[in-house]
Design a protein around this ligand. Structure first.
Ligand code: SF4
Length: 62
């Protein structure tokens, strides 16, 4: 599964790379981006990042 960060919604708080650094990083624009697919090992961390994002900018992609 892949996570997706809505670039228009993200406020660049930096929380998701802190929670799931295997999947999220801060991009050059100061917004987060998902640079790798979620795996069985880190999907719980990705879900925690989704639940923790203050503006609900992260979602699972089909
Ligand atoms: S937690 Fe949400 S607002 Fe913060 S950097 Fe990640 S996507 Fe952006």
């Amino acid at each position: 599964m892949n996570a997706c960060v809505d670039q228009l919604t993200c406020i660049g708080c930096g929380m998701c790379p802190g929670i799931a650094p295997e999947v999220f990083q801060m991009g050059g624009s100061g917004k987060a981006e998902a640079f790798a697919p979620a795996t069985a090992e880190n999907k719980d961390s990705v879900q925690e990042a989704i639940d923790s994002c203050p503006v609900s900018a992260i979602s699972w992609q089909a």
